[in-house]
Ligand binder design. Structure first.
Ligand code: AMP
Ligand code: MG
Length: 402
């Protein structure tokens, strides 16, 4: 049996990165950048007014109130491109270029116009540079603003658009086939008969895989039939970069996933991890190169082992900067009990107290089959093997799920 850290190292070592492709900007949300994003212009591209008001020379209004002659107007998209001289003001709008010669903008609330708009009175002096963002103050042309390996979020879409990335080079999406074993399973649109349950793993695995950037294909339920399982896995591995199964990896008579793998000639990297839930997790490579994860059947084991291992492989395939879930530190809201032999990953909710400390509330749950309790889970509390009881208020490592 290997540790979670060793298993993760094997996953990273055996995962090859996929290629990349250029994708239209509107379709890149959630994709992993395969190129550095470089500013093609200064930001702002010109000295920009931050307020509606008057562009002036601070010197001219230091003894306010002061009257200045209005010589023009600078609006966003239509600036005033002459030289502002002593005693002059230019009416200016937010986002408009500040004319040469002006060094400050006084906000409109502190002014009023006189004589049919030819003169403005500034009621207060204005500090030098007031309400102007200087050209290049935010970004200078040529600066790297986003780095390869970053997963594109909504805020980054603005960055890509502002610097003219009409198409973006992103990692190819891994193609994943998902397959549930188990004679007891019926599809979601059927009412379970005697001794049957609905398949839920295919849906959670598909969803988690999509969150990790994959394109997912769900295969028909295979029961616990080795030959059917073999042909489904072999067929899927021709079309996909990864096959993920659930169930059939324990020690029971009908746990046929590993025999199917062996008969297919797969290279098995590990088949037991010191982890609870999720000990019988299998990681292998199929003969044609596709990666294989055999996750245990219990829905909570599926969620834990997917997020630890399969998610890591999917993100590593896309050269994501942080393929492994980040460990954070939280204080326990109540005591938890570990196991002596394996690291435990316990479902919890997260909150922050008034001092800014992250707090983990371990959830009451009925074990690895309790997927309803797990639906309220935001994070996993890591309880190292042999820790016994960890008291409330102790600091623990947690993994935040998405
Ligand atoms: P197994 O790992 O095949 O022994 O399955 C462990 C438990 O998980 C059993 O109670 C199964 O009925 C349940 N299980 C297996 N596959 C699924 C699935 N696709 N959806 C829901 N529950 C499942
Ligand atoms: Mg089973």
């Amino acid at each position: 049996m290997i540790s979670v850290a060793e298993a993760l190292q094997i996953v990273r070592q055996e995962t090859k990165t996929l290629g990349n492709e250029r994708v239209e900007l509107k379709d890149v949300l959630g994709r992993v950048l395969a190129e550095d994003i470089v500013a093609d212009s200064d930001l702002p591209p010109f000295d920009r007014a931050q307020m509606d008001g008057y562009a002036v020379r601070a010197e001219d209004v230091k003894d306010a109130p002061a009257r200045l002659r209005i010589v023009g107007e600078s609006a966003a998209g239509r600036g005033w491109h002459e030289q502002l001289e002593e005693g002059q003001a230019v009416r200016i709008m937010t986002g408009a270029p500040v004319p040469a010669g002006a060094d400050s903008v006084q906000q409109v609330e502190l002014t009023h116009e006189l004589k049919d708009g030819t003169v403005v009175e500034l009621l207060e002096s204005v500090e030098l540079g007031r309400s102007i963002v200087k050209r290049g103050a935010e970004i200078t042309a040529g600066e790297v603003v986003l780095t390869a390996g970053t997963t594109i979020n909504a805020a980054m879409m603005a960055v890509l658009a502002a610097f003219g990335y009409a198409a973006v080079r992103v990692a190819a999406r891994p193609r994943v086939a998902v397959l549930a074993t188990g004679t007891e399973l019926v599809p979601v649109n059927q009412k379970p008969g005697q001794d049957q349950i609905r398949d839920s793993n295919n849906y959670s695995i598909s969803a988690y895989a999509q969150l990790a950037g994959a394109v997912v294909e769900q295969l028909p339920l295979t029961g616990d039939e080795t030959s059917l399982l073999k042909s489904q896995i072999a067929g899927a591995s021709e079309r996909c970069d990864m096959v993920i199964t659930s169930g059939g990896v324990s020690m029971g008579v009908y746990d046929v996933t590993k025999s199917a793998l062996k008969e297919l000639g797969a290279e098995i990297f590990f088949e037991r991890v010191s982890l609870r839930p999720g000990k019988p997790t299998v990681f292998a490579r199929l003969p044609n190169g596709a990666l294989f994860f055999g996750l245990p059947g219990n829905p909570v084991s599926v969620a834990v082992t997917f997020n630890l291992f399969a998610r890591t492989a999917l993100l590593a395939m896309q050269s994501a900067a942080d393929p492994v879930l980040k460990k954070e530190t939280a204080a326990l809201a109540k005591s938890v009990k570990g196991t002596t032999d394996r690291d435990a990953y316990l479902p919890a909710q997260l909150t922050t107290n008034d001092d800014g400390q992250l707090i983990a509330f371990p959830l009451k749950w009925g074990g690895s089959s309790d997927f309803v309790a797990f639906a309220a889970t935001a994070a996993l509390v890591i309880v190292p093997a042999g820790s016994g009881t960890i008291e409330a208020a102790s600091l623990v490592n947690v993994l935040r799920l998405n």
